[in-house]
Every structure is written in structure tokens, then in C-alpha cells.
Design a protein around this ligand. Sequence first.
Ligand SMILES: Cc1cc2nc3c(=O)[nH]c(=O)nc-3n(C[C@H](O)[C@H](O)[C@H](O)COP(=O)(O)OP(=O)(O)OC[C@H]3O[C@@H](n4cnc5c(N)ncnc54)[C@H](O)[C@@H]3O)c2cc1C
Length: 386
Amino acid sequence: MATATDGEIELIRAFVRQLTSRYDRGYWVQRAEAGQDVEEMWQELAAAGFLGVTVPEEYGGSGLSMQRLAVLMEELGNHGVPLLFLVVSTAMGCIPIAKYGTEEQKRRYLPAMAEGRERFCFAITEPDAGSNSFRIKTRARRDGDDYLLTGQKAFISGADRAQHMLVVVRTSPADAVSDKREGMSLLIVDTAAPGVTLNRMDTRLLMPEKQFEIFFDDVRVPRANLVGEEGRGLRAIFDALNPERIVGAAMGVGIGRYALSKAVEYAKTRRVFGVPIGAHQGLAHPMAEARTHLELAALMAHHAARVFDEGGEAGPYANMAKFAAGEAAIEAVDLAMQVHGGSGFTGEVDLITLWPVARLLRTAPVSREMILNYIGEHVLGLPRSY
Ligand SMILES: Cc1cc2nc3c(=O)[nH]c(=O)nc-3n(C[C@H](O)[C@H](O)[C@H](O)COP(=O)(O)OP(=O)(O)OC[C@H]3O[C@@H](n4cnc5c(N)ncnc54)[C@H](O)[C@@H]3O)c2cc1C
């Protein structure tokens, strides 16, 4: 996998600064409010080669690099324009296919994603299983050269704008295997395939990408669409979930910095008792703390990305980065609102719209509690309670 040099990282940041001078927070908010995609911005990212940061060079990308993707997302967040498709498609769609896909799958999907022609969403969550992903019931049964897929997913981001989805399925039900980790598989499914139904969910975040329930009613999926080994898909699944946590962390760092920078500017100019409000330590110290927490989270996200790129065990760092960044983003956005007083609630200041996005990071893509469970069990070696 490709490791990113300081020069490459600065190039990404410089490109995003230039891109976001044209596609700024105002553009992003207006599109999200209208329920529209940010297609032109996405296409410019593709044309400049940045959707290929997780695609190996032989398939039209610049090499599989989590570091480059994390910096790209972080910098977009720094300007208040995070793109969820960088999580669900560029990270979770490209990486499992690049690492575990067949030659045919790589040729079919990776260039199309790098060029911005096609996108993936990623579907693991089910209403009954919740955080206990081993209990998913979406089932793929063999039928000749196909699988027949039945089941239901929930909260799937961007399903209406994606041509394909990576679906986590059971090829053997949980009660038919001695080890719950067996029988999990990863399938590529077209969102427009007969038997697939999408229902928009009533999630109230201001983002261009919406959430969907997805129903599979005997959906015929060629066996050639299996990513990795049948029943042994866990490694491929975790190689999607760790990148999701790293890019999610980068997004948290970015939007936290964006909110905090607005607060700092306001605190320098707003005078209530004759001095700028930023002179009061009651505001200055929490802002200094919030900045410290954001930078620590950024370091952990970059470290997790580097470990992933070097082929190491990125799980502990990806989880810690996601935890730290989620909490730091919430702290920064909440504080930025506090610094703005009543104006923090206005559309003009546009911080209130960031609150649900920051708060989401405590719940998704993996909840705060499940991250702490992971760290308790896998890093500290504590017994598990569930
Ligand atoms: C806006 C949004 C976008 C999303 N996008 C996607 C997507 O694209 N693809 C996808 O597959 N999913 C997606 N999700 C789903 C998301 O990953 C889940 O909502 C999340 O993992 C939590 O699962 P759950 O909602 O089933 O909560 P539950 O598992 O029901 O948990 C409820 C609460 O109980 C706690 N809890 C559960 N078990 C334990 C335990 N053992 N110890 C301590 N606490 C516990 C949880 O931490 C949580 O606080 C999205 C969700 C949202 C809100």
C-alpha cells in the first residue's frame, strides 16, 4: 500500500483549499437543504485524481492510501464540507474490493469509482441485530451460479445515489455455525437489482447523503459478486470498518476545527463588557482545550491510517481515533455555539446545522460504548460483559 509523503499531503490540502473556495459551506448547505447531491464537487475531486486515493495504480488510482484519504476528508471538514461518500464509497467500497476482490471485480469497479462514474454504499446495520453484527439475518442462499438474497438493512447512507452496495450477509445462519464469526460474507449488489427496495428514513441531519432502509426480496446476485471467501468474510469486513472509523475520525477533526475557528474569530471581535469575549478565560480555556483535543485526535487518526497502510493491526488505533475525534468534535461544536451566544442558533451563523453531524459521531459508524468495549477487551485484555 502507498505511504503518503509530506509533499503529497500538502498537495491534497492545497487542492482542497482551492476547491472549497468554489464549493464552500454555503454551497454544501444549500445542496443538502434542497436534498441534492454535490455532484460537481465530486466530479472535480475525481478529475483531479483524488477519488483514486484508495485505488491501486493498475486500476486507475494513485495507490491504496488511507493516509491520503484521511487527509482529504480532514481538510474538507476543516472547511465545513465533509463528504460522507468518501467514507461509504472511497473507503468502504474501494478498499475491500482492492484487497480481496477478484481480478474481474477490480477491473469492473475500481476504475469506475476512481473516475467518479460509480459509487458504492455499505450495508451492515440491521434493525434487529443493531451493534451485534454477528446476529444479522440477511441471508444469501446458493441457487446455481447465483445467490438469492433476502433480508433487511437500515440506516444505509447514500443508497439512492450509489449504483452498487457492499452488503454484509450470512451465507450460514448464526445458529448453524459453532463460531459466530463463521458464515459472514460480503456481496456486491446493484442498488437497482430486481427485488431491492429503498425506503428513505426520517434522519434529520443536514448532509447531502440521506439514510435508507433496504429490503431484499429474493434478489438474484451472481456468485461472481462474492468479495473474499464465502463464510470467511470477516477480514474483508474489518478492512472496511477500520477505514470507516479512520475517515470518520478525520471528518470529526475537520468539522471540529471548522466550528472552533468560527468561534475564535467571533471571540476576537465580539465585545460585551468592553473587551473581546475571547479575553475571558471562561471562554479562552475551553477553546484551548478543545483545540488540544482535536489535534490529539488528528494525530491518532493519522497514526491509525499509517498503521493500516503499513499492513499493521490498525484496529486499536482506528477505534481510539474514532472515539477521540467524535468526542472532540462534539466538544468543539457545542463550545462554538456557546461562544456565539444566541447567534449560535441562527441560520446565518450556521453552527446549529453542524451539531447533529458532530453528535452522530458518538453513535455511528460505531457507538461510543462499542468502541470502549473494543478497547477494554482487545487493548486492555479485560473480560467482556456481553
Ligand atoms: C446518520 C446515520 C448514518 C448511518 N449510516 C450507515 C451506513 O451507511 N451503513 C450501515 O450499515 N449503518 C449505518 N448506520 C448505522 C449505525 O452504524 C448504527 O446506528 C450504530 O452502529 C448503532 O447501532 P444501532 O443503531 O443498532 O444501536 P444499538 O445497537 O441498538 O445500540 C443502542 C445503544 O445501546 C448501546 N449498547 C448496545 N450494546 C452494548 C454493549 N454491549 N455495551 C454497552 N452499550 C451497548 C449502544 O452503544 C447504543 O448506545 C448509520 C446510522 C446513522 C444514524
